[in-house]
Design a protein around this ligand. Structure first.
Ligand SMILES: [Fe+2]
Length: 212
């Protein structure tokens, strides 16, 4: 399996597409790449004896949103990926990648194999932490929203409910821990953004007491 070639192909197919008007061009490629890498890094923590699946997990993540924009995208993604990948993968490997694409946005758990569950968790986690800041800023800037609008959104009940829904969708306890770590970062970031948005000088004591 030529992973470099398949990543290059993914970049050609998705790296310039604009599938969502509040996201950057090529988002489905960049998001897919991160999802594949994260799922592959999560795999040893949850199913340690399955390293032989690592390349397929990465590929499944890379191509999972290939059909985005042609809804339902999981179904169109399977059709597109079959055509694109059939000359590079064995029947058995292709079936696993297509299964990941087909099931990535179905209800979590549901007796899915571990490689589907890993992609489901990584797909969701890629919307959090520093990437959440990136996505929100892209969204806000396209709509001309202010820092205040963004802070209000992050403090809203709507956002809190969304978070609970997301956390409950995660398949693995380890993914829930990653979720919590990413939320800690975001809350620190929100806190600091709010303070700087009010002109506050952070670590004032240190600044006053620093040697000249
Ligand atoms: Fe996705």
């Amino acid at each position: 399996m030529d992973l470099v070639k398949l990543e290059q192909l993914a970049r050609e197919l998705m790296g310039h597409r604009q599938t969502h008007n509040s996201r950057e061009k090529g988002h489905i490629f960049f998001h897919g790449r991160r999802t594949g890498l994260l799922a592959r890094n999560l795999r040893p923590l949850v199913v340690p004896d399955t390293a032989s699946f690592d390349n397929l997990i990465y590929l499944g993540g890379l191509y999972h949103d290939l059909g985005k924009g042609i809804e339902p995208h999981a179904r169109s993604g399977v059709l597109l990926a079959r055509e694109v990948l059939k000359e590079y993968l064995t029947e058995k490997d292709l079936a696993i990648v297509l299964e990941i694409i087909e099931k990535h946005n179905t209800i979590s758990g549901e007796d899915h194999p571990f490689y589907v569950k890993l992609i489901q968790d990584a797909d969701l986690l890629d919307h959090m932490g520093t990437l959440e800041v990136w996505l929100k800023f892209c969204y806000s800037s396209r709509r001309g929203e202010s820092v205040e609008n963004t802070l209000n959104y992050w403090k809203s009940d709507f956002y809190k409910k969304k978070l609970i829904k997301w956390r409950d969708r995660l398949n693995y306890e380890q993914a829930r821990r990653i979720f919590a770590e990413k939320m800690n970062f975001l809350y620190e970031f929100i806190h600091r953004l709010e303070r700087e948005n009010n002109g506050e000088i952070i670590n004032l004591e240190e600044i006053i007491n620093a040697p000249e």
